[in-house]
Ligand binder design. Sequence first.
Ligand code: NAP
Length: 278
Amino acid sequence: MIVTAKTRVLTLLGDPVGHSRSPEIQNAAFAEAGVDGVYIAVRCAPDDLSGFMHGLARAGGGGNVTLPHKEKAAAVVDVTSEAVRRTGACNTFWGENGKVHGDNTDVDGFRRALRLFLDGPAEGLRALLLGAGGAARAALLGLLDEGASEVSLYNRTSERARAVARRIGGQKARVVPLMQELAGESFDLVINATRLGLDPKDSAPLDFSILGRAGAALDLVYGKHKTSFVRAAEDRGIRTADGMEMLVQQGAVSFERWWGRPAPTDVMRAAIRRSLGR
Ligand code: NAP
C-alpha cells in the first residue's frame, strides 16, 4: 500500500482501541479492493469525539466508533440511518455533501450473519436473546426486521432489558425477569449477546440446559477459542456459531458505506482468522 497526500483516512475512534482487529481487517479489504484508503485506530476522549468526526468527514474520510462512544456518536452525526435512530448507537460515519452521515452496521452485520447461519430467512422465528447492551440492541432490531415473531429478552439487570424492549421491541419483545419463567418453553434460536463466555472464569450466560429445548444457538462473542456457549450447544448437537461472521459482516457493511461498492468478505474473513490466530 502506498500512502499519498490523496489517500483517504478512515479511523477507529474509541477508548481503548489497542485491542481492535479493525485496522488489520479493513486495510486487508482496502488492498484487495484497490481503494486509496488507510485505516488507523485513534484513542479518543469523549470531548474530542465531535471534533474528530466532523473534521475527518469534512476532509473526505470517516471511520468507525467503538466503546464507549457509540451513543455519543449517534448525537454527533448530522444524518442518521434508521438503525442509528432505533438503536441510539452509531458505529460508522463518513462525509457526504458537507454533512456527517452515521450508521449502526452492527444491525445489518447481524442480519447478514443470521441469514448465513440459518441458511434462510428468520420469518416467524421464536428467539431468546440474552443481554441488553449494544450487541443485544442490534440483534433485537435485526431479528425483528428479519421477521422474527417473538423475542424473549433476558438480562442480568432486567431494567436494562425493559428499556431495550420499550425502545426497539414493540409488541414482539417480551422481557423475562427470571430464567425460571422459561421452564418448559422452547425456542427456535437462542442468542448470546452478553459479554460472557471467552474467559474460563466467566459465569454461564444462562442455564445451558435450556439449549436442550432450542433449535439453534448463535453466540455474538468471538475469540481465539470456542466460547462456553458454543461448546454447550455443540454438546447438545444443535447448530451453532460464534460472533466471527457478524464481525466480518458489520465490517463489510462499513466498507460499503465508505466506498459504495461490495466488500471483499473472503479477504476480511481470512484477515480476522489470522488476527484471532485460528
Ligand atoms: P455491553 O454493552 O457492555 O453489554 C454487556 C452485556 O453483558 C450486558 O447485557 C451485561 O448485563 C452482560 N453482562 C456483563 N457481565 C455479566 C455478568 N457477569 N453476568 C451476566 N451478564 C453480564 O457490551 P456489548 O457491546 O453489547 O458486547 C457484548 C458482547 O458482544 C461482547 O463480547 C462483544 O465483543 C460482542 N460483540 C460482538 C460483535 C460482533 O460483530 N460479533 C459486535 C458487537 C459486540 P448487565 O446489563 O446486567 O450489565
